[in-house]
Ligand binder design. Sequence first.
Ligand code: NAD
Length: 285
Amino acid sequence: MKTINVPIPGKEYNVHVHSGILFDIDKYIDVNKQIVIITDDFIPKIYLNTILNKIINPLIIEVPMGEDSKSISQVTYIINTMIENKITRSCLVLALGGGVIGDLAGFVASIYFRGVDYIQIPTTLLSQIDSSIGGKVGINSENMKNAIGSFYQPKMVIIDPNTLNTLSIKQKNNGVAELIKYGLIADKSLFEDVCNKDIWSNIEHYITRSIEIKRDYVIDDEHDNGKRQILNFGHTIGHAIEQFSKYSLLHGEAVAIGMLAMAKDTKYHIQLQNCLAKFDLLKTY
Ligand code: NAD
């Protein structure tokens, strides 16, 4: 097991990465709290059922899978459901799912009774190495991605790499785009490994390394005013493409195109192109 500390002043938290950790969730969270689990309807039920073995009578709120759930209507639905079920300020929200659930549940936690505790339990590669770390939470407006949101750090992040076993190849590759990004901005050997090795046989290591890289940018610039913006490499073009495609392109697929465009005049361009092709991330380029 690996624990990565994220020492944001006054909001410090740990990220625990361990295969099988979901079976022991009661060792990490206070199961006597009033717990709200927010998840989506496509995530295999095995993960929810695993944590339900250890949590007594939580409120489970399920939203439809996909980017459309990052919406004000889903926020209203979740908040109304929590109020109807008499969920108090001392509750604990668990975000069980990919980046959509993490962004949505984290945003709800940031505004429910002016803020309640939440824990990220990311289940996609993209959410394990990127979106669950750093406290950016939010939803989309009708015409702009991530237009409504806050910076609101989780109390903890619990990562079980075994959840990736049920992820489709396309969703895995979607996450690999962000792995490649970390390699390009901060760790040449990570980039070389992703391009040349079988990363899946040692994925726990690459998840951990990515989190360390993201942590180092976030702790120096929590609110994204300077250094943290390096993490957006390829994302300005990527977000535009993602939105223009009406989300038929996944986040990582769009960012891949953005990174390649940004690297056009560098010595890494060809290597990056080949690497992205290895993960089927260039089919629309
Ligand atoms: P996602 O949350 O939509 O998940 C992708 C699909 O995988 C969904 O259909 C989901 O039901 C399914 N799924 C989840 N876990 C699974 C599992 N273990 N097995 C099988 N299926 C599973 O997408 P994502 O790629 O995880 O996240 C994308 C979102 O993250 C975007 O909205 C993006 O804006 C956001 N994001 C946020 C940040 C941040 O810092 N907050 C950073 C990057 C991306």
